[in-house]
Design a protein around this ligand. Structure first.
Ligand code: G6P
Length: 366
């Protein structure tokens, strides 16, 4: 109870603030991008694969969606990501040289475990688990694994498990990219440096908490919210919407911003806050025009920009700026702002943050 929580009011808040430590622990002992990180057989397995299939549920599925962007762009590996409960009941076309990756905090989620076994029965030779529990069924059932070192996660809404999964998935991507001749020593040093600096970068993001608390007052009075992102940050928008609905019970949906005009724009009024994940990447100009579409309908924009994006608060546009632009690893920083927004909104609404109604931490039955 109180002693373990220290200065925090809930496990979720404590776990959000533990993320710099969780990430540095997950990176402990990583001196370079070498296959041995994933197990003694990894080198042979990685040389044998030509694609990746990721299976997961919930928040873990969103870390998989993010990893797809990395795996395709850095490692050049065709990647598909599928909800485990869907995969296990369909007849997929099988490529034995696909690496099946299961992602799970608990390693016991019934649908993910069943999807893994099904993929193996269908003839997939190679499997890898990214998991937070070393003794779990998923780690036992896969030939390779990488353990995240988030530590026990108590809050039902996953936070530090997600950012450590992303860290592990980036390691996997970089290792595959290097083995496939797509990452030279200079690039490896660059990515390693960025990974090692993540805990510090995260501290500066956590320091934005007071600004996010100020926003949460407005959110607590709403019944709907829309989250927008593009590219690598579309899955982060999805995760932000999931966090908000799980713990504050506000209806939230996420869209890739380019899809606005194909539906969600019809919902935008001044009562609909629109959270926009807006790092200064190659899609920023496109995103700015999507934001104009929202403003033109009176929508209120809440924008998480970063150090490099030229975006300023104005009528109907509220901007919080993350201190650094973080390139390919930017999702790991941006999601933390959305975790804090969901947490403080739920707090303002007085919900049971650590144990939201109807949800379980680990879903071990179908
Ligand atoms: C439940 C939890 C989520 C989690 C999901 C998958 O729904 O409430 O936080 O993302 O299960 O769990 P896993 O342990 O497989 O990551």
């Amino acid at each position: 109870g109180a002693i373990e929580l220290g200065p925090y009011r809930h496990y979720m808040q404590k776990e959000i603030f533990e993320q710099p430590r969780a990430i540095s622990d997950t990176l402990e002992g990583v001196l370079g991008f070498t296959p041995e990180l994933f197990g003694p057989k990894a080198e042979a397995v990685f040389n044998d694969i030509d694609s990746v299939l990721i299976l997961a549920c919930g928040t873990s599925y969103y870390s998989g969606m993010t990893a797809r962007y990395w795996l395709e762009s850095l490692a050049g590996l065709p990647t598909s990501v599928e909800i485990a409960s869907e995969y296990r009941y369909r007849k997929p076309a099988v490529n034995p040289n696909t690496l099946v990756v299961v992602i799970s905090q608990s390693g016991e989620t019934a649908d993910t475990l069943a999807a893994l076994k099904y993929a193996q029965e269908l003839g997939h030779k190679h499997s890898l688990a990214i998991c937070n529990v070393g003794t779990s069924a998923m780690v036992r059932e896969t030939e390779l694994s990488y353990l995240t070192r988030a530590g026990a996660e108590i809050g039902v809404a996953s936070t530090k498990a997600f950012t450590t999964q992303l860290t592990a998935l980036f390691l996997l991507t970089a290792t595959l990219a290097k083995m496939r001749g797509r990452m030279d020593a200079e690039a490896e040093a660059f990515h390693l440096k960025n990974l090692r600096h993540l805990p510090n970068a995260l501290q500066s993001v956590l320091a934005l908490e007071p600004h996010i608390i100020a926003w949460s007052e407005a959110f607590a009075r709403k019944e709907h919210a829309l989250f927008l992102g593009r590219g690598l940050h579309y899955p982060i928008a999805l995760e932000g919407a999931l966090k908000l609905k799980e713990i504050s019970y506000i209806h939230a949906e996420a869209y890739p911003a380019g899809e606005l005009k194909h539906g969600p724009l019809a919902l935008v009024t001044e009562d609909m806050p629109v959270v926009t994940v807006a790092p200064n990447d190659t899609l920023i100009e496109k995103l700015k025009s999507n934001m104009q579409e929202v403003r033109a309908r009176g929508g209120q924009l809440y924008v998480f920009a970063d150090g490099d994006s030229q975006m300023h608060s104005s009528e109907g546009i509220h901007v919080i700026r993350l201190p650094e632009h973080y390139g390919l690893l930017s999702p790991i920083l941006h999601v933390v702002t959305l975790q804090l927004l969901a947490y403080h909104t739920a707090l303002a609404r007085g919900t049971d943050v650590d144990k939201p109604r109807n949800l379980a931490k680990s879903v071990t039955v179908e």
